[in-house]
Design a protein around this ligand. Structure first.
Ligand SMILES: [Fe+2]
Length: 299
């Protein structure tokens, strides 16, 4: 079936993109690319761990799990998704953050059932999600419903304070910068009382808006910006990525960057998990992240 327009509210879905996706829906039918990639040693998910002293003195440690760019669809081996959620389930998290791009190509009832079930396996934690560009290009209502069924709250330019004993920390969820309607001033409303902020956004391209909104808060908290989208270049070389999407993504293709380098916020850009047009990754190993936020040392 040919489709040249976005089926969701996402902007930036060109006729060319629609044509390519229409061809890929046929060419990748049955999920044979995922099956091939799944048979290679490259189909493994690593755990990236960082300890970040961003919390106020006396605050209890907060363990944050982050998974992004699952891309359920014909180019993502289920083995990758199995491993990602097994790592998360074993990590004893306080908070699970989901960074968007849950699917590649159209959503479907099967993908939504899988997403709800996978997210639901991570029990007894606060689960917060934002949407990615691929989600907004399809019928994203079903994906948002699936996330809620799995126990996650979807944040679209909104802020929530974490439950006790982490009530000094707030999470700001930004809409997707390229295809959605990012509204950082609205998202940061309610963040002013927090001692530490986690900004969750699909793409690093939300960083400049978030930095401006952060600077306008009357009392500036420590902040961590967490995102995916870049896939670390997806098909990269030992010397670095060849192509990285987005203006800010080119500066920060993947990894951890300190606040001095990244507009005043500690920045973590995940390579994510799944596959898109090219059903393989090189030198951009799939990953989930476990970020331990701890109190800053006393001066
Ligand atoms: Fe992605």
């Amino acid at each position: 079936m040919l489709r040249f327009k976005s089926a969701g509210r996402g902007r930036g879905y060109t006729a060319l993109r629609g044509g390519v996706e229409s061809i890929l829906r046929v060419a990748y039918a049955g999920g044979w690319p995922a099956a091939l990639w799944g048979r290679t040693p490259l189909a493994r998910v690593g755990i990236t761990r960082h300890t970040l002293p961003l919390l106020p003195e006396g605050a209890p440690p907060l363990r944050v799990g982050f998974v992004s760019d699952l891309h359920l669809g014909p180019t993502t081996p289920s083995r990758l998704v199995d491993e990602a959620f097994a790592h998360l389930a074993g990590a004893r998290l306080d908070v699970l953050l989901l960074g968007g791009d849950y699917v590649f190509l159209d959503t479907s009832a099967a993908k939504e059932r899988e997403l709800a079930a996978r997210v639901g396996t991570i029990a007894s934690v606060t689960k917060l999600a934002v949407m990615g560009n691929h989600d907004l290009w399809t019928a994203h209502d079903g994906l948002e419903r699936a996330l809620r069924e799995g126990g996650a709250q979807v944040l679209t330019n909104a802020c929530v304070t974490l439950p006790a004993p982490h009530g000094r920390v707030a999470v700001v969820g930004l809409d997707e910068p390229w295809t959605g309607r990012l509204d950082a001033p609205a998202a940061f409303r309610g963040a002013g009382d927090a001692d530490a902020l986690i900004v969750l956004c699909h793409s690093p391209d939300g960083l400049p808006d978030a930095a401006r909104a952060l600077a306008r808060l009357p009392r500036r908290p420590e902040a961590l910006f967490v995102c995916g989208h870049t896939h670390g270049g997806h098909v990269a070389t030992p010397w670095g990525p060849l192509i990285v999407p987005g203006r800010v993504g080119k500066r920060f293709p993947c990894g951890l960057f300190d606040a001095d380098a990244a507009d005043g916020m500690t920045l973590f850009v995940s390579r994510g998990v799944g596959g898109v047009e090219l059903p393989i990754r090189t030198f951009a190993r799939p990953e989930i992240a476990v970020l331990d936020l701890v109190a800053r040392p006393a001066c």
